[in-house]
Design a protein around this ligand. Structure first.
Ligand SMILES: [Zn+2]
Ligand SMILES: [Zn+2]
Length: 80
């Protein structure tokens, strides 16, 4: 598992599924990675009921969608 974190605004998304896509709400600095089967559907932010925007990590070159800062990729090793 890995997660990306923005150095500037602290926005972070954990990746639980094998894809490079997440959906985010700019207002709430909230991002979520979803299963491949759910990439085609709309995701709604629980905080504001607005449709979340889609972000493809490698296509967008790791630039934070919230503040345009650089996002760092971190790897997390999960203990069994
Ligand atoms: Zn940021
Ligand atoms: Zn929101």
């Amino acid at each position: 598992m890995f997660f990306v974190e923005c150095d500037e605004c602290g926005f972070a998304v954990g990746f639980d599924y094998p894809n490079e896509t997440f959906f985010f709400c700019k207002e709430h600095k909230f991002g979520v990675n979803v299963p491949n089967d759910d990439l085609g559907i709309n995701h709604i932010c629980k905080g504001c009921d607005k449709r979340m925007e889609r972000y493809d990590l490698y296509e967008e070159d790791n630039v934070c969608p919230i503040c345009n800062g650089m996002m760092t990729m971190c790897y997390q090793f999960v203990k069994d």
